[in-house]
Design a protein around this ligand. Structure first.
Ligand SMILES: *[C@@H]1O[C@H](CO)[C@@H](O)[C@H](O)[C@H]1NC(C)=O
Ligand SMILES: *[C@@H]1O[C@H](CO)[C@@H](O)[C@H](O)[C@H]1NC(C)=O
Length: 299
């Protein structure tokens, strides 16, 4: 009994501690959720589809656009220019791909380190553990330069850990385990304001995990992207690209078959799926209705 009380009290304290406001990265006073200029490509891990890679290259400005690949989330002792994501981009026609890496924020804060980023039109954050990106780059010239790529109209893309880092709330940021949703690192790079991004969602049966985050931070928009699928974001519009689904946790529910009476959980714990071609308004938090929709399509 005493043990139970102890843990209940500890849990209550933990929740109280978590309810403190998160720092935000707004420097431009924008009211948009996504970037005002440039694009994000938010990939749910296991990126295979040539269509998604080609979208990243196209949004950077085409095959000659300089693209910087950041492997740091991976945690390997070192990296070279043959890193797989860089090799894939080159094999698909990208002619100017640089691999940029350090674990040392002192290095990430130097002009020499950020030089390739100042000319880049694209950045790709590869997978691993998202906290490593925070420890290496948060608050450095490199972090400012990543954001600068968007400011110049380029693309910032990421897969798996590289997707979660794009949100303002860092989902699964715990250094001990990727099963801890609200961990010891909670602040992402924030290109998506007031938003948490999860990945590998259907492939790993993670579809209920987002509620751990939205319970602690009820105002957040939750986006969870499945493997080999992406959300392409500009301003307040997110479009699904790829073979499976993106899940939206906005307290609402949507179905392409229209709405009718059905039993749903409370607004705090609803989500719904968007598939290839579906578009979502991040600011209004509702689906942009496909044209010509209406009436049930029989399966
Ligand atoms: C954002 O708003 C603050 C406070 O109103 C103002 O001081 C600052 O100059 C604004 N920044 C930009 C980039 O407009
Ligand atoms: C890659 O892009 C940078 C920045 O525009 C440029 O300085 C460099 O010459 C390019 N390299 C190649 C091989 O095209």
């Amino acid at each position: 009994m005493q043990l139970i009380n102890y843990f209940t009290a500890a849990a209550a304290l933990a929740v109280a501690a978590l309810a403190t406001p998160l720092p935000n990265h707004d420097t431009d006073n924008s009211t948009l959720v996504g970037p005002e200029t440039g694009h994000l490509v938010v990939v749910g891990g296991a990126l295979q589809s040539e269509a998604i890679w080609q979208r990243i290259i196209a949004l950077a400005g085409g095959p000659s656009a300089p693209i910087v690949v950041v492997p740091t989330a991976g945690g390997e002792p070192s990296y070279d220019s043959s890193f797989p994501s860089a090799a894939t981009l080159r094999s698909l026609g990208a002619q100017n791909v640089t691999v940029l890496h350090t674990y040392d924020p002192g290095v990430a804060d130097t002009d020499a380190f950020v030089a390739p980023l100042l000319r880049a039109r694209g950045v790709f954050f590869a997978g691993g553990r998202q906290w490593r990106l925070v420890d290496a780059y948060a608050g450095t010239k490199a972090e400012a330069a990543f954001r600068g790529v968007l400011g110049r109209g380029g693309v910032v893309a990421g897969s798996s850990a590289g997707a979660s880092i794009l949100g303002s709330f860092l989902a699964r940021g715990d250094t001990a385990s990727n099963t801890v949703l609200v961990g010891d690192h909670t602040v992402g790079f924030g290109y998506l304001r007031n938003t948490a991004v999860d990945q590998h969602v259907l492939a790993r049966n993670r579809h209920f995990d987002m509620f751990e985050i939205t319970r602690a931070y009820p105002g957040l928009l939750g986006l969870a992207v499945d493997e080999d699928t992406a959300l392409v974001v500009r301003g307040d519009e997110a479009e699904v690209v790829g073979s499976t689904y993106a899940l939206v946790y906005d307290g609402g529910f949507w179905s392409r078959e229209g709405s009718w009476e059905r039993e749903l959980p409370g607004p705090g714990e609803r989500f719904y799926f968007l598939r290839e071609g579906d578009r979502y308004d991040l600011g209004k938090r509702r689906v942009i209705e496909p044209s010509g929709m209406g009436g049930g399509e029989e399966e």
